[in-house]
Design a protein. Structure first.
Lengths: 113, 113
């Protein structure tokens, strides 16, 4: 089983739609969670951190459910510029000294005019 | 822009050859992590360098090796290239080996024929 699993999509939505992405992680000891955005042929960029209490940044809302080991990202009022791949990222807490990021395969979002 | 640079941008090599990829970290950052991103996949952690020492390694064979210099720039070396090594290679810099904020460079796209 993969450490971080995401639906690869693609999600094709019209402008203005609300879209939700889900992600599950396998290691219950994982401590930190993020959503990254990656544009075509570009590097990943941090979109937002994810907390149990929820995290909202404008049109974007991220949520963590530790009991279900589930992370979500909600995008409201989708814009054409939101078209990208959204990567779910976990930092495991295996007791090591590194902050290695564990990425899901990413979910492709295509917002249509 | 993150201030993280990588060279070269693109590279084509033949199976069996060796390659060196370079990364300059963001000013003040002493930690560099390397990731491999195959087509359609999320980035996978290769290893991390902190203050010139390897500080954690992912599930990659020994023919993947690295180096970090006193100015914190880094190299990734891959020997005996295989077709499956074709990927986007990303480096990410951070301040400290346990920092959660990592800044990615634009990547080097390696094609092995």
């Amino acid at each position: 089983r993969k450490e971080v699993e995401q639906d690869p999509g693609p999600f094709n939505v019209p402008e203005g739609a609300t879209v939700a992405f889900n992600c599950t992680y396998s290691n219950s000891a994982s401590q930190s969670f993020f959503w990254y955005r990656q544009d075509c042929r570009k590097e990943p960029k941090l979109l937002m951190s994810v907390y149990s209490s929820g995290n909202e940044d404008g049109r974007f809302t991220a949520q963590l459910n530790r009991a279900s080991q589930y992370i979500s990202l909600l995008i409201r009022d989708s814009k054409l510029s939101d078209s990208a791949t959204y990567l779910c990222v976990v930092i495991p807490n295996y007791g090591g000294a590194t902050n290695k990021l564990i990425f899901g395969t990413g979910t492709l979002l295509a917002v249509q005019p | 822009e993150t201030g993280v640079t990588q060279s070269p941008t693109h590279l084509i090599k033949t199976r069996g050859q060796q390659v060196t990829l370079r990364c300059s970290s963001q000013s003040g950052h002493n930690t560099v992590s390397w990731y491999q991103q195959a087509l359609g996949q999320g980035p996978q952690f290769i290893f991390q360098y902190y203050r010139e020492e390897e500080n954690g390694r992912g599930n990659f064979p020994p023919r993947f090796s690295g180096l970090q210099f006193p100015n914190y720039s880094s190299e990734l070396n891959v020997n005996a290239l295989e077709l499956d090594d074709s990927a986007l290679y990303l480096c990410a810099s951070s301040l400290g080996q346990r920092s959660y904020e990592q800044y990615f460079g634009p990547g080097t796209r390696l094609t092995v024929t």
